[in-house]
Structure formats: C-alpha cells, structure tokens
Design a protein around this ligand. Structure first.
Ligand SMILES: Nc1nc2c(ncn2[C@@H]2O[C@H](COP(=O)(O)OP(=O)(O)OP(=O)(O)O)[C@@H](O)[C@H]2O)c(=O)[nH]1
Ligand SMILES: [Mg+2]
Length: 381
C-alpha cells in the first residue's frame, strides 16, 4: 500500500501527478483546502491537499481503470455503494484496504512533530521560522511548543507571533527586561571580540551620561594593543570633556583608577581579541582582574553568526560577564539570536546599538521590544 499526499493549486494537477506516480489503479482518499505559508510564514497561498493511495492489485481486484477507481473511492467516501457487491471477496478486500488507509491517515494527521514537505503544520512552521531567525534548535522547539500551548511550561495558547513573543517573554522571566548600568555601579568594563563596537558604545554611553549631567564620567582604556586605539578613545574624551586614563599592564591599573577618583562612573575599554582563542580570553582576564569592575558587559555584534556568538559567550564565562550589549542591530534582519543568547547564557541585555552615530544610535530595550519585527509573521493556517 502506498499513500501519498499532494499539495496542488488545481485538481487536474493532482490527478496528473497521481496517475504518473501511483499508476492507473490509484484512489483519491480525501481532498481539502489548505493555506500554505511562503516566505517564512509571512505570506500564504490557497492550495488543495489531496491524499491518494495505490496498491498494485487494488484496481485489478476491483477490475477498475484509474477513472473508475477514482469514482469508486469518491462514492465510497460519500457512503454510496461501490460496483463490488457486499459479501464478495473484492468487497471485503476493498473494505479492509479503506480501513487500513483511514488508520494511516489518522496517524499521519496526529503526528504534527514530523515536518511536512510544505511545512504547513504550525509547530513545524514556528520551529523553522525561529531557527531561520537564528534561535538555537532546542529553544526553537521549546518556544514553538509553548506558543502553541503544547508544553509543560506556562501556556500562551496562541499560534500568532504575539503568542510566540509572549511565550518567550514568560520563559525568560526577569531576563526579558532591559538591564542598563546600575546606578550603584562605579567601574564598568566592556569586553568582546574585535571590531564589535566596544569603543563606540562606550562613547555613546559616556555622551548620554554627560548630556544627562547626573554622573561624572571617566574613561579608562587598557587597549594599547591596537595602534590608534588609545587615540580613538582620547578623541571621544576630548569631545565630551571627560578625563581619560591608560593602563598598559595589569600593574598600571590601580594608579590609572586612582587618577579617576573624582569620577562616579568609570567606563573601561579593553582590547578586542579573538574570543574563540582561550589565550586571548586569558589575556583579557589578566587586565580585567585588577580592575575589579562592578559590572562586566560582553559586547556582541548581531551581525555575527549565531553559533559563533554563542561560542564567544561561552568562552567569555571566565570573565564573569554580567550582561550583554548587542551591537549592529541595523546590520541584521534576524533578531532570533537575541532571546536565544539571553536564554542560553542566562544574561540580560544592558543596551542595544543601532548604528554608528554617537550618541544617538543606542537604546535600552526589552526582549519583546526587540522581537517586534516578528509581529508581521503569522503561521496559523
Ligand atoms: N552599523 C553599525 N556599526 C557600528 C555600530 N557600533 C559600532 N559600529 C562600527 O563598528 C566599527 C568598529 O567599532 P569600534 O567601536 O572601534 O569597535 P571595537 O569593538 O572597539 O573594536 P576593537 O577595539 O578593534 O576591538 C566602527 O566602524 C563603528 O562605527 C552599530 O551599532 N551599527
Ligand atoms: Mg575599541
């Protein structure tokens, strides 16, 4: 017995495929109108789902052509009598075949875990959507199930993007809230891979505090590794008219910090390093230890591959990271990495940056705020 599912625009298309693939003795078991999602679920189109079955000897037993088999199957399902007479061998074989097919169909429909060829099941669609957005596969499955009210976790009970965002928010709990630099933190260090925007983000945060006029800001850089790195931060310090100190080696840290004693917020820039290399993490840690920062912020570019970003976050654990800063939101269209990293690392987000302009392109946003682009996505069939 072969049972196949066809999703077509028009019925003749299905009939041609069934005839070609299942042969002359195929029967159509059911037809129904469905909607198929395109573009990661953002658009939908009408289709007809046709279930068809064939067994080599089915048509021969019933003595039917393809057309007759088709007609018979349709009249069977409409409760009409088939050309085979009740009690005959052909009749009982046909009846048991139909019972078997019905059972297979019922099983296939209840198995929503299995991805379908056109991905029309809500669970499969949400999982595929989340993974395409950069969410880790295990979390994609968990959050898709929560959105559909299928897990032990708090049920959101909805198949809409709003439901999905609510599910993620409830799963993250307090981590979904933005966590900017605390008022009682005095020394805050920024660490991260090369070129992610550490220095630019420090300039933005310093500028906003200077503009607000509530805290006396000072800058400390330990980045004497890259030529012009000190000059870059000095330029910002000059523009903002804030003091700056430089620490070349761990031994220089205490005198550098002492020179910033009058400041009630010291932002510490560090050298960008390859965070996939344990030796680079070790070097960063050597500089960071004497600083005794009240908060350590890991700067991660959203333009990074999600798997690499997760590796970076895991590698950075020895640095006692407290929060994320996600940069370059303007350089990506996929925001799934954000809740994924928050959940996997159990760290909240301090800031998100959205461009190169100092100080404008920085925001304090919650995870649901950051997921609003998903509101355009619908996956209910
Ligand atoms: N598009 C975009 N560019 C950004 C953003 N933040 C920083 N940049 C740019 O990224 C580049 C690197 O920024 P830096 O601040 O020097 O990065 P860094 O992490 O300090 O770099 P290293 O110190 O060399 O590791 C610069 O061209 C910035 O203007 C952002 O949010 N969006
Ligand atoms: Mg820098």
């Amino acid at each position: 017995m072969i049972v196949r599912r066809y999703v077509v625009k028009e019925m003749p298309e299905a009939v041609a495929s069934i005839r070609r693939e299942l042969g002359q003795d195929a029967v159509i078991l059911s037809t129904r109108n469905i909607r198929v999602r395109k573009w990661l679920g953002l658009r939908s189109e009408r289709r007809i789902e046709v279930m068809a079955a064939a067994k080599e000897d089915l048509a021969a037993t019933a003595g039917a052509t393809f057309g007759q088999a088709l007609k018979r199957a349709m009249s069977e399902s409409a409760g009409e009598r088939s050309s085979a007479s009740p009690g005959s061998e052909a009749w009982s074989q046909l009846a048991s075949e139909i019972a078997e097919i019905k059972q297979m169909l019922a099983e296939a429909r209840s198995r929503d875990r299995a991805p379908s060829p056109d991905g029309h099941e809500p669970l499969h669609r949400w999982r595929a959507f989340l993974q395409a957005e950069g969410v880790d596969a295990v979390l994609a499955d968990r959050w898709a199930r929560m959105a559909l009210g299928e897990s032990d976790a708090p049920r959101s009970g909805s198949a809409s993007a709003d439901g999905l965002i609510e599910a993620i928010q409830s799963d993250l709990g307090a981590l979904a809230h933005p966590a900017p630099i605390r008022r009682d933190s005095r020394v805050v260090a920024f660490v991260g891979p090369t070129g992610v925007g550490k220095t630019t983000t420090i300039a933005k945060i310093a500028a906003l505090h200077v503009l607000a006029g509530q805290r006396r800001v000072g800058l400390l850089t330990t980045d004497t590794f890259r030529i012009a790195a000190v000059e870059q931060l000095k330029t910002y310090a000059d523009i903002l008219n804030v003091p700056i100190a430089i620490a070349d080696e761990p031994e220089d840290v205490s005198s550098a910090l002492a020179s910033l004693q009058s400041c009630d917020l010291v932002l510490v820039d560090t050298a960008g390093r390859n965070f996939l290399n344990p030796a680079s993490i070790e070097q960063t840690k050597r500089m960071l230890t004497p600083i005794e920062a009240d908060e350590v912020l890991l700067v991660v570019s959203l333009a990074t591959k999600p798997t690499d970003a997760l590796k970076v976050a895991n590698m950075a654990k020895p640095l006692s990271v407290d929060k994320f800063i996600f940069t370059k939101l303007d350089e990506t269209e996929s925001v799934g990495m954000i809740p994924s990293l928050v959940a996997l690392c159990q760290l909240p987000i301090a800031y998100v940056t959205t461009g190169q302009n100092v100080p404008d392109d920085i925001d304090i946003l919650s995870v649901p705020d950051l997921l609003t682009p998903w509101k355009e996505a619908r996956t209910d069939g």
